[in-house]
Design a protein around this ligand. Structure first.
Ligand SMILES: Nc1ncnc2c1ncn2[C@@H]1O[C@H](COP(=O)(O)OP(=O)(O)OP(=O)(O)O)[C@@H](O)[C@H]1O
Ligand SMILES: [Mg+2]
Length: 237
């Protein structure tokens, strides 16, 4: 067994929505370590906590209890401002339903993330075009999301997630709304990003998509239910 450097570490993390009788436990003491440069798929039934897990890992939501360490920092101890800074610098997020701004072009959607990262306008335009080029969409830069196919919108979302050169890419159903050709294309691009040294955590309902990852983690009833790693590794926080 080899030891791998941990990028994300969750220790007994719970997320409870609501209070009292209406309380719903979305995540129930989940513990998980994500190795740097790994590609992990999160699978499990609908409503069992996959998106919740991803949002917590990415600092988009706060846990009810437990600890989440990202690159050595404990997220629950960070102020909202510091958390936003960590998110902007280290994490790229691709949402379950793209979340592109409909009245902005493909390029402008990517540029918004660059502005958060502190890029000035001229640089942001150049970098935005470069990112769209990386996902094969340089010639669609001026299109609105509604004028793009689902696969193309997804690739804009990936370009936007890459804006600030994040170590960690969190992808919620990155191929969920795509046909098989667009799915294969997105997966090839994710494979390239993985080879470039990024850490990828993706939620998927598809076992074919999950099999592209090195490790498949099952979530059920808000708990980590299974963990299949291609190569046995010992991960420590
Ligand atoms: N904002 C919220 N308020 C209350 N309950 C919520 C909220 N968000 C999620 N939940 C509940 O938490 C549970 C887990 O939701 P989550 O979105 O993590 O599921 P999921 O595994 O991603 O499902 P899917 O595969 O359908 O996307 C669900 O029962 C859901 O109803
Ligand atoms: Mg979900």
């Amino acid at each position: 067994m080899s030891e791998v450097d941990a990028l994300v570490c969750l220790q007994k993390v719970s997320r409870v929505y609501g209070r009292g009788e209406a309380a719903a436990v979305a995540l129930d003491e989940a513990s998980l370590v994500i190795g740097r440069r790994s590609w992990v798929a999160i699978v499990g039934p609908s409503g069992h906590g996959k998106s919740t897990l991803l949002h917590l890992m990415g600092g988009l939501d706060r846990s009810t209890s437990g600890e989440i360490h990202l690159d050595g920092e404990e997220l629950s101890r960070l102020s909202a401002r510091r958390l936003a800074a960590v998110r902007a610098r280290k994490i790229g997020f691709v949402f379950q339903f793209f979340n592109l701004l409909p009245h902005l072009t493909a390029l402008e959607n990517v540029q918004t993330a660059l502005w958060f990262g502190g890029y000035a306008s001229v640089q942001a335009r150049r970098k935005g075009l470069d990112l769209l080029d990386q996902v094969g969409l340089a010639d669609r830069a001026d299109r609105l999301p509604g004028q793009l196919s689902g696969g193309q919108q997804q690739r804009v979302a990936i370009a936007r997630a890459l804006a600030n050169d994040p170590d960690l890419l969190l992808l919620d159903e990155p191929t969920g709304n795509l046909d098989s050709v667009a799915e294969a294309d997105v997966l090839d691009r994710l494979g390239t990003l993985h080879r470039q040294g990024r850490t990828l955590v993706m939620v998927t309902h598809s076992s074919a998509v999950a099999s592209r990852a090195e490790r498949i983690v099952g979530v059920r009833d808000g708990r980590i239910d299974s963990d299949a790693t291609a190569e046995q590794t010992l991960l420590q926080c």
